[in-house]
Design a protein around this ligand. Sequence first.
Ligand code: SF4
Ligand code: SF4
Length: 102
Amino acid sequence: MTTLFNSYYIENTLEFNADKCVNCGVCVIVCPHAVFAENGGVVSVSKKSACMECGACMKNCPVDAIKVDAGVGCASAMIYAAIYGGEPTCGCDSEGNQAGCC
Ligand code: SF4
Ligand code: SF4
């Protein structure tokens, strides 16, 4: 059963390429859900299910080591979908115009 404010998003699109990662730690800093962790100078995904697909890590990674379908998990979109029905969408169009929340 899906609730409005799930703490965990079991299914998400986050992909981490450890071969590309240079362990700069930026994703550890910018992720609002502490999905990434640094241990002994090595960054890894520690809580993939906590990813809300905000895209901050992907936008800030200097070597494109992270891929995520950003936007579909944002809080605004989920709230809108819960109230009005349908799939969550942020309203940003395919041409990158910022009509919505991101
Ligand atoms: S998309 Fe957002 S919530 Fe998910 S890992 Fe990246 S920064 Fe964290
Ligand atoms: S921002 Fe990119 S390069 Fe830096 S630690 Fe995270 S995944 Fe690795």
